[in-house]
Design a protein around this ligand. Structure first.
Ligand code: HEM
Length: 446
Protein backbone atom coordinates (compact mmCIF):
# COMPACT_ATOMS: atom_id res chain seq x y z
CA UNK A 1 0.00 0.00 0.00
CA UNK A 2 1.38 3.48 -0.84
CA UNK A 3 2.41 5.99 1.78
CA UNK A 4 0.30 9.14 1.99
CA UNK A 5 1.51 12.04 -0.16
CA UNK A 6 3.66 14.69 1.50
CA UNK A 7 6.87 16.67 1.40
CA UNK A 8 10.18 15.06 0.55
CA UNK A 9 12.83 14.93 3.33
CA UNK A 10 14.51 17.94 1.72
CA UNK A 11 11.21 19.87 1.59
CA UNK A 12 10.34 19.06 5.20
CA UNK A 13 13.77 20.30 6.29
CA UNK A 14 13.05 23.61 4.58
CA UNK A 15 9.62 23.78 6.26
CA UNK A 16 10.89 23.05 9.80
CA UNK A 17 11.49 26.70 10.80
CA UNK A 18 7.84 27.50 9.94
CA UNK A 19 6.64 24.35 11.70
CA UNK A 20 8.33 25.65 14.87
CA UNK A 21 7.46 29.35 14.58
CA UNK A 22 3.90 29.03 13.30
CA UNK A 23 2.70 25.47 13.83
CA UNK A 24 -0.94 26.26 13.00
CA UNK A 25 -0.03 28.02 9.74
CA UNK A 26 2.30 25.13 8.88
CA UNK A 27 -0.43 22.51 9.43
CA UNK A 28 -2.97 24.51 7.41
CA UNK A 29 -0.52 24.94 4.54
CA UNK A 30 0.47 21.28 4.67
CA UNK A 31 -3.08 19.96 4.33
CA UNK A 32 -3.96 22.62 1.71
CA UNK A 33 -1.06 21.43 -0.43
CA UNK A 34 -0.99 17.65 0.12
CA UNK A 35 -4.53 16.77 1.12
CA UNK A 36 -6.39 15.11 3.96
CA UNK A 37 -3.80 12.47 4.85
CA UNK A 38 -0.20 13.70 4.73
CA UNK A 39 3.01 11.82 5.49
CA UNK A 40 5.53 14.36 6.74
CA UNK A 41 8.39 12.51 5.07
CA UNK A 42 10.63 12.55 8.13
CA UNK A 43 13.31 9.87 7.67
CA UNK A 44 13.08 6.93 10.12
CA UNK A 45 10.06 8.44 11.92
CA UNK A 46 6.68 8.19 10.35
CA UNK A 47 4.43 11.16 11.13
CA UNK A 48 1.01 11.23 9.49
CA UNK A 49 -1.31 14.24 9.66
CA UNK A 50 -4.95 13.25 9.32
CA UNK A 51 -7.57 15.83 8.31
CA UNK A 52 -10.66 14.01 7.01
CA UNK A 53 -13.69 13.27 9.24
CA UNK A 54 -13.85 9.57 8.30
CA UNK A 55 -10.12 9.11 8.89
CA UNK A 56 -10.32 10.87 12.27
CA UNK A 57 -13.27 8.65 13.21
CA UNK A 58 -11.16 5.62 12.26
CA UNK A 59 -8.30 6.64 14.57
CA UNK A 60 -10.28 7.99 17.52
CA UNK A 61 -13.23 5.60 17.46
CA UNK A 62 -13.44 2.66 15.06
CA UNK A 63 -9.88 1.39 15.45
CA UNK A 64 -8.99 3.22 18.67
CA UNK A 65 -7.47 0.11 20.28
CA UNK A 66 -4.62 0.35 17.78
CA UNK A 67 -3.79 3.93 18.83
CA UNK A 68 -2.15 4.75 22.14
CA UNK A 69 -1.34 8.01 23.85
CA UNK A 70 2.37 7.17 24.09
CA UNK A 71 3.30 10.22 22.07
CA UNK A 72 5.65 13.13 22.68
CA UNK A 73 2.64 15.34 23.53
CA UNK A 74 1.17 13.05 26.19
CA UNK A 75 4.49 11.77 27.53
CA UNK A 76 5.44 15.41 28.16
CA UNK A 77 2.13 16.06 29.93
CA UNK A 78 2.62 12.90 31.97
CA UNK A 79 5.73 14.47 33.54
CA UNK A 80 3.15 16.66 35.30
CA UNK A 81 0.01 14.53 35.56
CA UNK A 82 1.57 11.06 35.87
CA UNK A 83 -0.88 8.25 35.16
CA UNK A 84 -4.02 10.43 35.38
CA UNK A 85 -6.98 9.95 33.05
CA UNK A 86 -5.69 12.18 30.25
CA UNK A 87 -2.30 10.52 29.89
CA UNK A 88 -2.91 6.85 30.72
CA UNK A 89 -3.93 4.01 28.41
CA UNK A 90 -5.45 0.54 28.33
CA UNK A 91 -7.08 -1.16 31.31
CA UNK A 92 -5.67 1.37 33.80
CA UNK A 93 -7.35 4.20 31.87
CA UNK A 94 -10.60 2.26 31.46
CA UNK A 95 -10.98 1.62 35.19
CA UNK A 96 -10.27 5.22 36.06
CA UNK A 97 -12.73 6.48 33.49
CA UNK A 98 -15.51 4.26 34.87
CA UNK A 99 -14.66 5.42 38.37
CA UNK A 100 -14.97 9.12 37.56
CA UNK A 101 -17.78 9.09 35.02
CA UNK A 102 -20.68 9.31 37.56
CA UNK A 103 -19.32 12.65 38.79
CA UNK A 104 -20.00 14.05 35.31
CA UNK A 105 -23.56 12.73 34.98
CA UNK A 106 -26.52 15.03 34.19
CA UNK A 107 -27.74 15.78 37.73
CA UNK A 108 -24.34 17.05 38.78
CA UNK A 109 -23.94 19.13 35.61
CA UNK A 110 -27.37 20.65 36.16
CA UNK A 111 -26.35 21.70 39.66
CA UNK A 112 -23.41 23.70 38.28
CA UNK A 113 -25.41 26.95 38.27
CA UNK A 114 -25.25 27.01 42.08
CA UNK A 115 -21.46 27.09 41.84
CA UNK A 116 -20.89 29.12 38.68
CA UNK A 117 -23.24 32.08 39.27
CA UNK A 118 -21.86 32.97 42.74
CA UNK A 119 -18.30 32.59 41.40
CA UNK A 120 -19.08 35.03 38.55
CA UNK A 121 -20.74 37.45 40.97
CA UNK A 122 -17.65 37.39 43.18
CA UNK A 123 -15.50 38.09 40.12
CA UNK A 124 -17.69 41.04 39.14
CA UNK A 125 -17.31 42.41 42.67
CA UNK A 126 -13.53 42.22 42.20
CA UNK A 127 -13.88 44.03 38.88
CA UNK A 128 -15.93 46.92 40.33
CA UNK A 129 -13.01 49.24 41.25
CA UNK A 130 -11.43 48.80 37.78
CA UNK A 131 -14.77 49.45 36.11
CA UNK A 132 -15.18 52.61 38.16
CA UNK A 133 -11.70 53.86 37.27
CA UNK A 134 -12.06 52.85 33.63
CA UNK A 135 -8.94 50.67 33.95
CA UNK A 136 -8.42 47.68 31.64
CA UNK A 137 -8.40 44.14 33.04
CA UNK A 138 -6.60 41.08 31.72
CA UNK A 139 -9.67 39.01 30.86
CA UNK A 140 -7.47 35.99 30.11
CA UNK A 141 -6.12 35.93 33.68
CA UNK A 142 -9.61 36.57 35.05
CA UNK A 143 -11.11 33.63 33.12
CA UNK A 144 -8.28 31.38 34.35
CA UNK A 145 -8.97 32.26 37.95
CA UNK A 146 -12.73 31.89 37.55
CA UNK A 147 -12.48 28.51 35.81
CA UNK A 148 -10.08 27.21 38.45
CA UNK A 149 -12.42 28.27 41.25
CA UNK A 150 -15.32 26.50 39.53
CA UNK A 151 -13.33 23.27 39.16
CA UNK A 152 -12.24 23.48 42.80
CA UNK A 153 -15.82 23.79 44.01
CA UNK A 154 -17.52 21.43 41.59
CA UNK A 155 -15.03 18.56 41.55
CA UNK A 156 -13.27 18.75 44.89
CA UNK A 157 -15.67 20.73 47.10
CA UNK A 158 -12.94 23.20 47.93
CA UNK A 159 -12.66 26.98 47.87
CA UNK A 160 -9.43 27.74 46.02
CA UNK A 161 -10.27 31.46 46.36
CA UNK A 162 -7.13 33.36 47.25
CA UNK A 163 -4.81 30.54 46.11
CA UNK A 164 -6.24 30.54 42.59
CA UNK A 165 -3.87 33.10 40.98
CA UNK A 166 -0.77 31.34 42.39
CA UNK A 167 -2.10 27.96 41.28
CA UNK A 168 -2.91 29.08 37.74
CA UNK A 169 0.61 30.57 37.59
CA UNK A 170 2.09 27.22 38.68
CA UNK A 171 -0.01 25.38 36.06
CA UNK A 172 1.11 27.80 33.34
CA UNK A 173 4.77 27.51 34.40
CA UNK A 174 4.72 23.71 34.13
CA UNK A 175 2.81 23.74 30.82
CA UNK A 176 5.00 26.46 29.28
CA UNK A 177 8.05 24.47 30.26
CA UNK A 178 6.95 21.27 28.51
CA UNK A 179 6.09 23.27 25.38
CA UNK A 180 9.52 24.92 25.54
CA UNK A 181 11.19 21.49 25.74
CA UNK A 182 9.09 20.13 22.88
CA UNK A 183 10.25 23.05 20.71
CA UNK A 184 13.89 22.70 21.83
CA UNK A 185 14.66 18.99 21.64
CA UNK A 186 18.22 19.57 22.87
CA UNK A 187 17.17 21.10 26.21
CA UNK A 188 19.18 20.06 29.27
CA UNK A 189 17.78 17.02 31.14
CA UNK A 190 15.41 17.86 34.00
CA UNK A 191 18.03 17.28 36.70
CA UNK A 192 20.28 20.06 35.37
CA UNK A 193 19.46 23.25 37.37
CA UNK A 194 18.79 25.56 34.42
CA UNK A 195 16.41 28.49 35.00
CA UNK A 196 13.63 26.67 33.14
CA UNK A 197 14.14 23.41 35.05
CA UNK A 198 14.19 25.20 38.39
CA UNK A 199 10.97 27.06 37.55
CA UNK A 200 9.38 23.75 36.49
CA UNK A 201 10.44 21.99 39.71
CA UNK A 202 9.17 24.87 41.87
CA UNK A 203 5.82 24.97 40.06
CA UNK A 204 5.40 21.19 40.20
CA UNK A 205 6.14 21.23 43.96
CA UNK A 206 3.46 23.93 44.41
CA UNK A 207 0.96 21.80 42.47
CA UNK A 208 1.88 18.72 44.53
CA UNK A 209 1.36 20.68 47.76
CA UNK A 210 -2.02 21.96 46.54
CA UNK A 211 -3.30 18.53 45.49
CA UNK A 212 -2.10 16.73 48.63
CA UNK A 213 -3.76 19.52 50.67
CA UNK A 214 -7.03 18.91 48.81
CA UNK A 215 -6.84 15.19 49.69
CA UNK A 216 -5.97 15.86 53.34
CA UNK A 217 -8.75 18.40 53.76
CA UNK A 218 -11.40 16.01 52.41
CA UNK A 219 -10.16 13.18 54.63
CA UNK A 220 -10.39 15.50 57.63
CA UNK A 221 -13.90 16.59 56.69
CA UNK A 222 -14.95 12.90 56.33
CA UNK A 223 -17.71 14.05 53.95
CA UNK A 224 -19.68 11.59 51.83
CA UNK A 225 -20.07 14.02 48.89
CA UNK A 226 -20.23 12.09 45.58
CA UNK A 227 -18.17 14.60 43.61
CA UNK A 228 -15.18 13.28 41.71
CA UNK A 229 -12.93 13.48 44.77
CA UNK A 230 -15.48 11.53 46.79
CA UNK A 231 -15.65 8.84 44.10
CA UNK A 232 -11.88 8.55 43.87
CA UNK A 233 -11.48 8.31 47.63
CA UNK A 234 -14.18 5.65 47.91
CA UNK A 235 -12.94 3.56 44.95
CA UNK A 236 -11.39 0.13 45.52
CA UNK A 237 -9.08 -1.74 43.20
CA UNK A 238 -11.20 -4.54 41.68
CA UNK A 239 -8.27 -7.01 42.00
CA UNK A 240 -7.00 -6.45 45.53
CA UNK A 241 -9.75 -4.29 47.05
CA UNK A 242 -7.25 -1.61 48.05
CA UNK A 243 -8.06 2.11 47.77
CA UNK A 244 -6.15 4.37 45.38
CA UNK A 245 -2.72 5.40 46.66
CA UNK A 246 -2.11 9.06 47.44
CA UNK A 247 0.09 9.24 44.36
CA UNK A 248 -2.76 7.90 42.17
CA UNK A 249 -5.18 10.36 43.75
CA UNK A 250 -2.71 13.18 43.14
CA UNK A 251 -2.40 12.24 39.44
CA UNK A 252 -6.18 12.23 38.90
CA UNK A 253 -6.79 15.46 40.83
CA UNK A 254 -3.99 17.32 39.10
CA UNK A 255 -5.22 16.06 35.72
CA UNK A 256 -8.70 17.44 36.36
CA UNK A 257 -7.35 20.66 37.79
CA UNK A 258 -5.28 21.27 34.66
CA UNK A 259 -7.56 19.80 31.97
CA UNK A 260 -10.62 21.33 33.60
CA UNK A 261 -9.63 24.96 33.88
CA UNK A 262 -7.09 26.06 31.30
CA UNK A 263 -9.23 24.78 28.42
CA UNK A 264 -12.44 26.45 29.59
CA UNK A 265 -10.60 29.69 30.35
CA UNK A 266 -8.96 29.72 26.93
CA UNK A 267 -12.31 29.11 25.20
CA UNK A 268 -13.98 31.93 27.15
CA UNK A 269 -11.14 34.34 26.46
CA UNK A 270 -11.43 33.76 22.70
CA UNK A 271 -15.20 34.12 22.96
CA UNK A 272 -14.92 37.56 24.59
CA UNK A 273 -12.45 38.60 21.92
CA UNK A 274 -14.75 37.42 19.11
CA UNK A 275 -17.76 39.13 20.67
CA UNK A 276 -15.86 42.40 21.04
CA UNK A 277 -14.92 42.21 17.37
CA UNK A 278 -18.46 41.34 16.25
CA UNK A 279 -20.77 43.86 17.92
CA UNK A 280 -23.85 42.63 16.05
CA UNK A 281 -23.38 39.11 17.45
CA UNK A 282 -22.68 40.56 20.91
CA UNK A 283 -25.88 42.62 20.79
CA UNK A 284 -27.95 39.67 19.62
CA UNK A 285 -26.61 37.49 22.40
CA UNK A 286 -27.24 40.22 25.00
CA UNK A 287 -30.82 40.64 23.72
CA UNK A 288 -31.44 36.90 23.95
CA UNK A 289 -30.15 36.84 27.54
CA UNK A 290 -32.12 39.97 28.51
CA UNK A 291 -35.36 38.74 26.92
CA UNK A 292 -35.21 35.39 28.66
CA UNK A 293 -33.85 36.31 32.06
CA UNK A 294 -34.34 40.00 32.68
CA UNK A 295 -32.23 40.44 35.81
CA UNK A 296 -32.81 36.94 37.18
CA UNK A 297 -29.71 34.73 37.53
CA UNK A 298 -29.39 32.04 34.84
CA UNK A 299 -29.93 28.40 35.73
CA UNK A 300 -28.78 25.31 33.85
CA UNK A 301 -32.43 24.74 32.86
CA UNK A 302 -32.41 28.10 31.01
CA UNK A 303 -29.61 27.11 28.67
CA UNK A 304 -31.78 25.20 26.21
CA UNK A 305 -33.59 28.50 25.52
CA UNK A 306 -30.31 30.37 24.91
CA UNK A 307 -29.65 28.89 21.47
CA UNK A 308 -27.78 31.85 20.06
CA UNK A 309 -25.49 32.13 23.08
CA UNK A 310 -24.67 28.43 22.79
CA UNK A 311 -24.06 28.98 19.06
CA UNK A 312 -21.60 31.76 19.89
CA UNK A 313 -19.62 29.46 22.18
CA UNK A 314 -19.71 26.54 19.74
CA UNK A 315 -18.46 28.80 16.95
CA UNK A 316 -15.71 30.12 19.19
CA UNK A 317 -14.64 26.50 19.88
CA UNK A 318 -14.60 25.92 16.13
CA UNK A 319 -12.31 28.87 15.39
CA UNK A 320 -10.15 28.59 18.52
CA UNK A 321 -10.36 25.02 19.81
CA UNK A 322 -8.28 25.18 23.02
CA UNK A 323 -7.04 21.59 22.50
CA UNK A 324 -5.71 22.35 19.03
CA UNK A 325 -3.81 19.09 18.57
CA UNK A 326 -4.57 15.47 19.43
CA UNK A 327 -1.90 12.82 18.90
CA UNK A 328 -1.79 9.03 18.89
CA UNK A 329 0.81 6.34 18.16
CA UNK A 330 -0.07 3.33 16.00
CA UNK A 331 0.62 0.02 17.77
CA UNK A 332 0.38 -2.05 14.62
CA UNK A 333 0.51 -1.17 10.94
CA UNK A 334 -2.80 0.20 9.70
CA UNK A 335 -4.35 1.74 6.61
CA UNK A 336 -6.00 5.17 6.67
CA UNK A 337 -8.00 6.13 3.57
CA UNK A 338 -5.93 3.71 1.51
CA UNK A 339 -2.57 4.96 2.79
CA UNK A 340 -0.09 2.86 4.71
CA UNK A 341 0.49 3.77 8.35
CA UNK A 342 3.44 1.79 9.70
CA UNK A 343 3.55 0.42 13.25
CA UNK A 344 4.92 3.09 15.57
CA UNK A 345 3.76 5.97 13.36
CA UNK A 346 2.74 9.19 15.07
CA UNK A 347 -0.74 10.28 13.99
CA UNK A 348 -1.53 13.97 14.34
CA UNK A 349 -5.10 15.31 14.33
CA UNK A 350 -5.72 19.04 14.65
CA UNK A 351 -9.18 20.30 15.60
CA UNK A 352 -7.96 23.78 14.55
CA UNK A 353 -7.19 22.57 11.03
CA UNK A 354 -10.27 20.38 10.43
CA UNK A 355 -12.46 23.19 11.80
CA UNK A 356 -11.18 25.35 8.95
CA UNK A 357 -11.40 22.72 6.21
CA UNK A 358 -12.79 24.57 3.18
CA UNK A 359 -14.71 21.50 1.97
CA UNK A 360 -16.51 21.17 5.31
CA UNK A 361 -17.13 24.78 6.34
CA UNK A 362 -18.32 27.60 4.11
CA UNK A 363 -16.22 30.73 4.56
CA UNK A 364 -14.27 28.94 7.34
CA UNK A 365 -12.45 32.00 8.73
CA UNK A 366 -15.72 33.88 9.32
CA UNK A 367 -17.21 34.06 12.84
CA UNK A 368 -20.78 32.98 12.19
CA UNK A 369 -22.61 31.56 15.24
CA UNK A 370 -25.69 30.85 13.09
CA UNK A 371 -23.89 27.74 11.78
CA UNK A 372 -24.63 26.12 15.14
CA UNK A 373 -28.12 27.54 15.67
CA UNK A 374 -29.96 25.74 12.89
CA UNK A 375 -27.60 22.76 12.87
CA UNK A 376 -27.18 21.34 9.37
CA UNK A 377 -26.27 17.65 9.06
CA UNK A 378 -22.50 17.35 9.34
CA UNK A 379 -20.11 14.50 9.89
CA UNK A 380 -19.69 13.93 13.63
CA UNK A 381 -15.90 14.04 13.27
CA UNK A 382 -15.78 17.33 11.33
CA UNK A 383 -16.26 19.22 14.62
CA UNK A 384 -14.06 17.84 17.39
CA UNK A 385 -13.27 20.46 20.05
CA UNK A 386 -13.66 17.70 22.66
CA UNK A 387 -12.14 14.90 20.59
CA UNK A 388 -14.23 11.80 19.94
CA UNK A 389 -14.57 8.07 20.54
CA UNK A 390 -13.96 6.48 23.96
CA UNK A 391 -11.33 9.10 24.89
CA UNK A 392 -13.72 11.99 24.31
CA UNK A 393 -13.38 14.72 26.93
CA UNK A 394 -15.01 13.60 30.17
CA UNK A 395 -15.71 17.28 30.96
CA UNK A 396 -17.48 18.03 27.66
CA UNK A 397 -20.94 18.77 29.09
CA UNK A 398 -19.44 20.30 32.21
CA UNK A 399 -17.49 22.79 30.08
CA UNK A 400 -20.44 23.69 27.82
CA UNK A 401 -22.74 24.28 30.79
CA UNK A 402 -20.16 26.22 32.79
CA UNK A 403 -19.20 28.44 29.85
CA UNK A 404 -22.81 29.20 28.87
CA UNK A 405 -23.65 30.19 32.46
CA UNK A 406 -20.60 32.44 32.64
CA UNK A 407 -21.37 34.11 29.30
CA UNK A 408 -24.99 34.71 30.32
CA UNK A 409 -24.21 36.05 33.80
CA UNK A 410 -21.41 38.39 32.72
CA UNK A 411 -23.52 39.68 29.81
CA UNK A 412 -26.39 40.54 32.14
CA UNK A 413 -24.09 42.79 34.10
CA UNK A 414 -21.44 44.28 31.79
CA UNK A 415 -19.91 44.72 28.32
CA UNK A 416 -16.34 43.87 27.39
CA UNK A 417 -14.43 45.75 24.69
CA UNK A 418 -10.86 45.49 23.45
CA UNK A 419 -8.43 47.77 25.27
CA UNK A 420 -6.08 47.95 22.30
CA UNK A 421 -6.73 48.27 18.57
CA UNK A 422 -4.46 45.31 17.84
CA UNK A 423 -5.92 41.98 19.03
CA UNK A 424 -3.35 39.57 20.49
CA UNK A 425 -1.66 36.98 18.31
CA UNK A 426 -2.62 33.31 18.77
CA UNK A 427 0.01 31.19 20.49
CA UNK A 428 -0.32 27.42 20.07
CA UNK A 429 0.98 26.23 23.44
CA UNK A 430 -0.65 23.30 25.29
CA UNK A 431 -3.86 25.22 24.56
CA UNK A 432 -4.42 28.17 22.23
CA UNK A 433 -3.46 31.28 24.16
CA UNK A 434 -3.63 35.02 23.39
CA UNK A 435 -0.03 36.25 23.38
CA UNK A 436 0.46 38.68 26.27
CA UNK A 437 -3.04 38.12 27.66
CA UNK A 438 -6.23 39.92 26.68
CA UNK A 439 -6.59 43.42 28.16
CA UNK A 440 -10.21 44.56 27.95
CA UNK A 441 -12.22 47.55 29.03
CA UNK A 442 -15.29 46.72 31.08
CA UNK A 443 -18.40 48.90 31.27
CA UNK A 444 -21.65 48.24 33.08
CA UNK A 445 -24.50 46.98 30.88
CA UNK A 446 -27.30 49.51 30.36
C1 HEM B 1 -13.70 23.97 26.50
C2 HEM B 1 -13.19 23.15 27.37
C3 HEM B 1 -12.52 21.84 27.06
C4 HEM B 1 -11.95 21.40 25.90
C5 HEM B 1 -11.84 22.13 24.58
C6 HEM B 1 -11.45 20.06 26.14
C7 HEM B 1 -10.84 19.26 25.19
C8 HEM B 1 -10.50 17.95 25.38
C9 HEM B 1 -10.07 17.03 24.35
C10 HEM B 1 -9.90 17.38 22.88
C11 HEM B 1 -9.84 15.84 24.93
C12 HEM B 1 -9.41 14.55 24.22
C13 HEM B 1 -7.93 14.45 24.02
C14 HEM B 1 -7.54 13.23 23.21
O1 HEM B 1 -8.37 12.47 22.72
O2 HEM B 1 -6.33 13.06 23.03
C15 HEM B 1 -10.08 15.99 26.35
C16 HEM B 1 -9.92 15.00 27.29
C17 HEM B 1 -10.11 15.19 28.64
N1 HEM B 1 -10.63 16.31 29.26
FE1 HEM B 1 -11.27 17.97 28.34
N2 HEM B 1 -11.69 19.74 27.44
C18 HEM B 1 -12.36 20.78 28.04
C19 HEM B 1 -12.84 20.85 29.33
C20 HEM B 1 -12.61 19.89 30.29
C21 HEM B 1 -13.11 19.93 31.64
C22 HEM B 1 -14.00 21.04 32.20
C23 HEM B 1 -12.62 18.82 32.27
C24 HEM B 1 -12.83 18.37 33.69
C25 HEM B 1 -13.65 18.93 34.50
C26 HEM B 1 -11.83 18.09 31.31
C27 HEM B 1 -11.15 16.93 31.58
C28 HEM B 1 -10.64 16.10 30.60
C29 HEM B 1 -10.09 14.78 30.88
C30 HEM B 1 -9.91 14.15 32.26
C31 HEM B 1 -9.76 14.21 29.65
C32 HEM B 1 -9.19 12.82 29.41
C33 HEM B 1 -10.37 11.88 29.18
C34 HEM B 1 -10.00 10.45 28.86
O3 HEM B 1 -9.01 10.22 28.19
O4 HEM B 1 -10.75 9.57 29.30
N3 HEM B 1 -11.87 18.75 30.12
N4 HEM B 1 -10.52 17.28 26.60
Amino acid sequence: MPKAPGPTPREILALLPQAQADTLGFLLALTARWGDVVDLGIPLRSVVVVNAPAAIQHVLRDNHKNYTKRTLQYDALATITGRGLLTSDGEHWHRRRRMQQPAFARPRIEALDRIVVPAVDAMLERWAPSIERGAALDVDAEMMRLALEVVGHALFGIDLGRDAPALTRAVMDTLDSIVHRARHPFSAPRWVPTADNRRFARALAALDDATYAIIAERRRAASDERDVLGLLLAAKDPDDGRPLSDRDLRDEILTLLIAGHETVASALTWTWLLLARHPEAYARMADEVGDLLGGRAPTAADLSALGYLRGVFAESLRLYPPAWVISRRALEADAIEGHAVPAGALVVISPYVIHRHPALWSDPERFHPERFVAEPARHRFSYIPFGGGPRICIGNEFALTEAALILARVTQRCRLSLASAEPPAVEALVTLRPQGGLPMQITLAK
